[in-house]
Design a protein around this ligand. Structure first.
Ligand SMILES: Nc1ncnc2c1ncn2[C@@H]1O[C@H](COP(=O)(O)OP(=O)(O)OP(=O)(O)O)[C@@H](O)[C@H]1O
Ligand SMILES: [Mg+2]
Length: 503
């Protein structure tokens, strides 16, 4: 990678060398990550650190960064600081064991007088305690308290207030256990991130680059803002803030007035045809548009793509199929492995998820309890099926259950066993969420992106901002060929034909 810097990139490199703290805001493929590499190459005698949330982004950047820059995920960094002291701790402690450890042994009544007021069983209380631990771990708060307990569906403010008061002391006990290396409760990576961030370690580097800053957990933002000793470079694209549902926030404008703002206006990843598709989504999000790279040819189509056979001396095009859900990934992988001889990979976390789902389903089918969080409250598989069929709140696990019933748990294990490592694959199949910052020559959008339901008076439904950002990320992963597949319906929703911005 030896690009001649554009005028905008030159200006950013100059500001970097002048030790400015800066925020670089730019659209998809506009060389944000590449410009970080350019800056690092301009300061080879200084020690640097490049950080992002996703491992795939960090791994890809590490291949390009000079040796003076260490690349790590936030989790990787905090693992080195404190997480390794907790490596013997387990994430699979059942709700019942947790209730025993915490000393929760009776129902929690939300009213002394109203016999119909809801109550929380010991298991439900444990779920609320863990949910609060999770929320606290993502936050920049100093102490855990009842307000970290997420709202329970159907509860009134008064009932929630009782729950928050009654569980407050268990929260303190739980956090004390979790922080203790010899503790017994469920321990997750986000817990050591929180424990580490509360220690406010100083990053040992003369400059720190934060990529994908549009999706940052408050715990990380708070800690980064305390790094007064070093130069900070924060890059991101506010239109790619797709992790809001996990509690991440857009930190781009939260670093304060001492950070100078820069932009990169040219996207290099793709030509005008793909930029036009991205701009359709941006036109529904606001005023920002991206500019395609005239020197790149790009093609957009809607159907399934026949990938050609490549000759021995040809470099095959890289290929990804992007899905909306984990269930969509499984369906696409089964279809692809039955219909093509291509080597398929999925991001590690997705493979683990498939194995966990299959293992939990098998346990429940054998009448054993399981620890998979979505299924942990059920005693056998028929109870899961009943719940999904009859309870409206079962909608969120319905697709997973349908997939297990359709293909069988063993088929999921066979699928997971047949996958190759990401670096060796012909086709990567992933949810869009796990592909931020990455790119492929050919991107196919899978068919699990539902069009919004029409309103009650038959009008077109609205696409939420979160969904629009997700579709924008999906389209802009393509370098050369984009098949819009299950998102071709988007044309019906575009009111402002934004294509002219590519001129
Ligand atoms: N000056 C340049 N000239 C030509 N191509 C470039 C230039 N800078 C970067 N590229 C190429 O453009 C593509 C996109 O770059 P990069 O991944 O850095 O963009 P990004 O803004 O970080 O994208 P994302 O929003 O997806 O994170 C890469 O293939 C990169 O090699
Ligand atoms: Mg990037």
């Amino acid at each position: 990678m030896n690009f001649k810097p554009t005028d905008e990139q030159s200006m950013i490199i100059k500001a970097f060398l002048a030790r400015e703290n800066m925020v670089v805001r730019a659209g998809a493929g506009a060389a944000k990550t590449t410009t970080c590499v350019m800056m690092a190459n301009a300061a080879l005698t200084r020690k640097g650190r490049f950080m992002a949330f996703n491992r795939a982004i960090v791994d890809a950047a590490a291949l390009k960064m000079p040796a003076n820059v260490k690349c790590s995920t936030f989790h990787g960094y905090f693992y080195g600081i404190v997480g390794r002291n907790y490596r013997h701790r387990s994430a699979s402690v059942s709700a019942r064991q947790s209730a025993d450890i915490l000393g929760i042994d009776s129902d929690l009544m939300t009213s002394d007088t109203d016999a119909h007021a809801p109550k929380l069983s010991a298991i439900q209380q444990v779920r609320s305690v863990y949910a609060a631990i999770n929320k606290f771990s993502m936050s920049d708060d100093k102490e855990i308290n009842g307000w970290h307990i997420p709202w329970i569906r159907g509860f009134t403010p008064e009932q929630m207030s009782v729950v928050r008061n009654e569980l407050a002391s268990f929260l303190t006990i739980a956090w004390r256990d979790i922080s203790d290396v010899n503790g017994k409760l469920r321990f997750k990576p986000e817990n050591y991130v929180k424990i580490g961030a509360m220690m406010s370690p100083r990053i040992a580097a003369s400059f720190v680059m934060i990529d994908e800053a549009q999706d940052t957990f408050p715990v990380i933002l708070g800690w980064l803002k305390r790094q007064y000793h070093t130069q900070m470079i924060v890059v991101g694209d506010p239109a790619q803030a797709i992790n809001g549902w996990t509690g991440a926030i857009d930190s781009m404008d939260k670093f304060g007035a001492k950070f100078t703002e820069y932009t990169l206006s040219q996207s290099f990843r793709f030509g005008p045809a793909i930029a036009t598709e991205a701009n359709k989504l941006l036109s529904m999000l606001g005023d920002f548009r991206i500019k395609g790279f005239d020197a790149e040819e790009s093609i957009v189509c809607n159907g399934e793509i026949e990938i050609p056979e490549y000759a021995e001396d040809e470099t095959p095009d890289t290929h990804a199929i992007l899905c909306r859900t984990n269930a969509g990934v499984i369906e696409a992988a089964i279809r692809e492995s039955q219909n093509t001889g291509r080597k398929i990979a999925m991001p590690d976390a997705q493979v683990t998820e498939i194995r966990n789902i299959a293992k939990a389903a098998m346990q429940l089918m054998n009448g054993q309890a399981c620890d998979y969080p979505d299924f942990a409250i059920f005693k056998d598989w028929s109870e899961v099926q009943e719940y999904v069929k009859n309870d409206p709140s079962g909608a969120d696990i319905k697709t997973t259950v349908t997939i297990v019933d359709k293909y069988g748990a063993e088929a999921l294990i066979t699928l997971a066993d047949s996958l190759v490592p990401v670096a060796m694959c012909d086709t990567l199949i992933s949810t869009v969420h796990k592909t931020k910052g990455l790119e492929w020559d050919i991107v196919e959008i899978a068919f699990d992106f539902p069009e919004p339901k029409p309103t009650s008076d038959g009008e077109r439904g609205e696409i939420t901002k979160d969904e629009l950002m997700l579709y924008y990320v999906a389209f802009t992963r393509a370098k050369y060929l984009l098949s819009r597949g299950g998102l071709a319906w988007i044309d019906d929703y575009v009111t402002d034909q934004a294509d002219d911005t590519d001129e």
